[in-house]
Write a protein that binds this ligand. Structure first.
Ligand code: GTP
Ligand code: MG
Length: 207
């Protein structure tokens, strides 16, 4: 799989601002500061997304258009929007966090649903590998489930964990979400190839 091009396309505050072409979308959801924007930069090997040590940096729906060559689905060029969703729950937790995500992202998912566009609601749910099973993340997962959004759990900042903690926390995540989490690090690059394969499967099945 080869990265051919990665560009920031637009920031949208509402559904009207969402790009209207037929390119598949894969959204990144997760708590503020979990590493959504950093992961986009790591995937694209460039600093196209703004990151910050202080939570709450990304406040709009940000669309990045990536062109790839090959990967799962066979040879050939394909494109995908990675959608950086605003983070939830840095000041609050539990149901409040889910409501916050709902408030900010509901236009995005409503738009996806209205277009009946298969992969439009494909989502990566990012959770911090150091804090598995937080109420706010469980609430967000419940909210995505109720919307019928299929998501893959991605465990971020895995570089910060010692080997023993890593195994333990990944196990807790699997028990919490009922599915194995993919460990990644924007810092070390761990998991990027596997994550691209996941994105290719999500984006290319919808083409
Ligand atoms: P919001 O835009 O506020 O929702 O945050 P975000 O989820 O986009 O997080 P962002 O990418 O801005 O990263 C938050 C902080 O975590 C920054 O200080 C990053 O440098 C750090 N960070 C992100 N990913 C990693 C990682 O894989 N490893 C380590 N060690 N730090 C990371
Ligand atoms: Mg961000």
């Amino acid at each position: 799989m080869k990265l051919l091009n990665a560009d920031f396309v637009t920031s949208a505050a509402r559904a009207e601002g969402i790009p209207r072409d037929a390119v598949s979308r894969v959204a990144l959801a997760g708590r503020s500061n979990v590493g959504k924007s950093s992961l986009i930069n790591a995937l694209c090997r460039s600093k196209i997304a703004r990151t910050s040590a202080a939570p709450g940096k990304t406040r709009l729906l940000n669309f990045y258009r990536i062109t790839m060559e090959g990967g799962p689905g066979g040879p050939g060029q394909w494109a995908v929007y990675l959608v950086d969703l605003p983070g939830y729950g840095y000041a609050r937790g539990g149901d409040d966090a889910a409501e916050e995500l709902a408030g900010i992202a509901q236009e995005y998912y409503a738009d996806s649903g209205a277009r009946n566009f298969n992969s439009a609601s494909a989502t990566l749910l990012l959770v911090d590998s150091r804090h598995p099973g937080l109420d706010s993340d469980r609430a967000a997962a419940g909210w995505l489930n109720r919307l019928g959004v299929s998501y893959r759990v991605v465990a971020t900042k895995i570089d910060k964990l010692a080997r023993s903690e890593r195994a333990k926390n990944l196990k807790t995540l699997e028990t919490t979400f009922g599915t194995a989490a993919l460990p990644v690090s924007a810092t070390s690059g761990e998991g990027m190839d596997e994550l691209w394969r996941t994105i290719a499967r999500l984006a290319r099945t919808a083409e």
